[in-house]
Design a binder for this molecule. Sequence first.
Ligand code: ZN
Length: 402
Amino acid sequence: MYVHGIRALFAFEGYVVRKITICSEIVQVNLRRDGRYTLRCPGCGGRMNVHRTRIQTARDLPMGTALHVVLTYPAIQGRCKACGGYSTLRPGGIDEHARATRRLMELVSRLARHLPLSHVREIVGVDDATAYRWDKAVLERKLPPPTLDDLRVLLIDEKAVRKHHGYVTLVMNGVTGELLYLAEGKKKQSLQGFFDRLSDAQKASIVAVGMDRAGAYREVVHAELPEADIVFDKFHLIANYHAVIDQVRREEWRKAKGQYKDAIKGQRYNLFRNASNRTPEQTHSLMNLLHMNRNLAVCYLLKDAFRKLWDYKRLKPALRYFTTWVQYTFVSGVAALRQFGRRLTRYRDEILNFCKHPITTGPLEGFNNTVSRLIHRACGVRNLDYLFLKLRQESLELDQQK
Ligand SMILES: [Zn+2]
């Protein structure tokens, strides 16, 4: 049998293949130092004498049916004739202390982008903890630091990352979609850390910030960016309104009796569904309910009207519409609605700023899959640095092929 060119697969700078041994599922590749290669001092560029040689191993990419490919090479410690400094030569693409070649670590990282670490183990035979370390090391090396210049729009939101009220605060560039910041918690201090990194000039370019109404972020943004407009997230506000409807539904259910009680019970989702998503039966039973219960009917009518607020492109008509809608809640005779209307009045500017800056924190929802995948496999994300790297990778859509 004659095999041609297989050595080219192991072209590591400074070394040549001495021998390749294939034993069922293990391939061992012995490298030796390339005699044509002169040892040069990284400090001064002078020639070096070999001081000491040690045999080391590193795993490499799988080959054919063999998952385990092991390189054995002499790590050569040299001493500089000129400056006396020491340095160690090892094959290009193998870092100091690394138990694997960079290209294997990068393969694992590419797989870990789409697969849980346990699946990576099945494909390349690397255990979870190692795959995690390699993925993290590769991302640390490859991902550029966050771009903090010329920011115009920020999106801020919190995300649950642990079962028992563990949250992180995320900040995204609303124009490019780049994730800029992640910190534990959802308090003021959690966000403050982001602004501490910005210079005054960097802060000055920011004109709008999108966020949820409920968070503690508003105060920080007001203090740090007094000129920027805060825009409360449309979808969070609509969800807030849905919670009000649900509260009213529960109150009405408690008051109701007999058959009527049952009519309310199953209607939760019908009340929130858009007309186009309802079956004729669902529409029928919803109409029945609205006919029977005045308070729910009022909530329902105002629900569709509330959504229309975000159709306005100009401030004046939007303000008129907003004021009218809130007035309706005041005269609705439903306490929970009135309360909601009052709260909205307090945040009028932040809601109507949507006309000026039609932004939502929707792009941050795109991370939910990655977050839940990481949480699922680690029972809560223990390492927030890793979570940040993974989410940044998603947000930058970097080509990890290279
Ligand atoms: Zn030197």
